[in-house]
Design a binder for this molecule. Structure first.
Ligand code: 5AD
Ligand code: SF4
Length: 463
């Protein structure tokens, strides 16, 4: 396999991006090289997402292209990894283009599976047979894989993601995650902290703790049980770590105030909470098996703002869930008006095979209605985002610089050696300004001169 070329394409959430990074590092360690070009690749890996049908459709259309490509390059190996691999298993292996199907828990085997497929041209299925057993109960293979191949995010200098838990125990009726990522399994504080230390020694300044419901992190050890609040506090003490974030939180009271208090007490814990509400209608929340009411959720936001006054909050919503009436939708609009999010993500309900909602409830809301509600909710949020952003006018903010900004038109280059850069504040606000590219991975002070709903624009404060 000496210097065989691998092309990786990744879909989906931060968890998937992290898996892609781990796999890429492990493959390079095994002697492969990465290539940007599909046509030059000896093997193509697609890391897939199953959360909505649209995500799966994009993968299937990619596999369609690869099927044609393989007719000209019969030796090429195609591996499908991630949630779709676990969900569809053998069905996916039957696809003409696919050689390897590898579930999220089998990624440590992927380099070996690809070597074998390149040598022998046999199809191979590697998924978890009984997904509701803890994925990494005994042997710690995944944990070791994570520790061995964790590196700073190749796209964003100075930043790294660290998974603190896998899976989910909540079973929201619309969601496929518990069926493809398995039950909650928390990594030990020891592994997490030693990984954070290694990343910090390698120059990482910002760590993001990842979990589907990261605030339910819990690890019993001897007399005590470690929570996310403990992890955050311990991570703040690691030399070199400047900022720590965590995503995504489930609206749940357990440890909630402990986590907020650590945030209030340490400037290293970023003032940002991503806590999806999904709906503002109690009837729909019940049908979704979410364990809170709209009033309780809003009260939780009040508590967050009391404990951490400068906190910024983001949310997710699903519009057009089964039987969502106009009245239910208006309750969601009302919740968005009251929540005053920094930003929110709105998704049209997409029934997922195997979930309780798909089995028991019909997908009753027409696509046009879902679309209209989606647009309407985003418009309400847009206005709020604009109002909240305006408060930053004239202020100096600290950002961790990510690199060159992709949207060059909004704030054109003011000199060749000072292109437009993008960074984020502790509150996760996106800030665009001109400066030297060498700032990527470093902190900078920026004076805000213009704002929009999702972006702040400014100038380096030292200029
Ligand atoms: N349809 C639409 N959106 C969904 N999400 C999860 N499952 C579905 C589904 N079946 C959304 C939720 C979640 C985000 C990651 O994706 O809002 O918070
Ligand atoms: Fe899915 Fe609900 Fe678990 Fe989030 S909490 S991953 S929406 S089941």
């Amino acid at each position: 396999m000496e210097n065989r070329a691998i092309h990786i394409k990744s879909f989906g959430c931060q968890m998937n991006k992290l898996d892609t990074g781990l796999v890429a590092t492990a493959l390079q360690d095994a002697g492969f090289r990465l290539t940007e070009s599909v046509t030059e690749a000896d093997a193509v890996i697609i890391n897939t997402c199953s959360v909505r049908q649209h995500a799966e459709d994009r993968v299937l259309s990619n596999l369609g292209h690869l099927k044609h490509l393989k007719r000209h390059r019969p030796g090429m190996v195609v591996a499908v990894m991630g949630c779709m691999a676990q969900r569809l298993g053998n069905t996916l292996l039957e696809h003409e283009a696919v050689d390897i199907v590898c579930g999220p828990a089998q990624i440590p085997q992927l380099a070996e599976l690809i070597s074998q497929a390149l040598a022998r041209h046999e199809k191979h299925l590697a998924v978890t047979e009984t997904i509701r057993r803890p994925v990494d109960a005994g042997d710690g293979v995944l944990d070791d894989f994570e520790s061995a191949y964790s590196i700073s995010d190749q796209q964003i200098p100075g930043q790294a993601f660290v998974r603190v838990m896998r899976g989910c125990n909540y079973f929201c009726t619309y969601c496929v995650v518990p069926y493809v990522r398995g039950p909650e399994a928390c990594r030990s504080p020891k592994s997490i902290l030693s990984q954070v230390r290694r990343l910090a020694d390698a120059g990482v300044r910002q760590i993001t703790f990842l979990g589907q419901t990261v605030n339910s992190y819990k690890y019993p050890s001897g007399e005590r049980t470690y929570s996310l609040a403990d992890l955050l506090e311990m991570a703040t003490e690691v030399p070199g770590v400047e900022w720590i974030r965590f995503v995504t939180s489930y609206p749940c009271d357990e440890y909630y105030e402990d986590i907020l208090r650590v945030m209030a007490e340490s400037p290293k814990v970023c003032r940002y909470l991503h806590m999806p509400a999904q709906s503002g209608s109690d009837r729909i929340l019940r049908a979704m098996n979410r364990h809170y009411t709209a009033a309780h959720y809003l009260e939780m936001l009040d508590r967050a703002r009391t404990i951490v006054p400068d906190i910024a909050i983001a949310g997710d919503f699903i519009v057009g869930f089964s039987d969502e009436t106009e009245e239910d939708f208006q309750a969601t609009v009302d919740l968005v008006r009251r929540a005053r999010y920094k930003n929110c993500f709105v998704f049209k309900y997409s029934p997922r095979p195997g979930t309780t909602a798909d089995k028991r409830l019909a997908d009753t809301i027409p696509e046009e209605v879902k679309q209209r509600r989606n647009v309407e909710l985003l418009a309400v949020q847009d206005q709020i985002g604009e109002e909240l952003s305006r408060a930053f006018l004239g202020c100096d903010v600290t950002v961790l610089v990510e690199g060159l900004s992709k949207k060059a038109h909004v704030n054109p280059m003011d000199a060749e050696d000072r292109p437009q850069l993008v960074g984020r504040t502790s509150t996760d606000h996106i800030v665009v300004f001109n400066g030297p590219p060498s700032l990527a991975g470093h902190f900078a002070r920026v004076r805000i001169t213009r704002t929009s709903a999702l972006t702040l624009f400014g100038e380096l404060a030292s200029d």
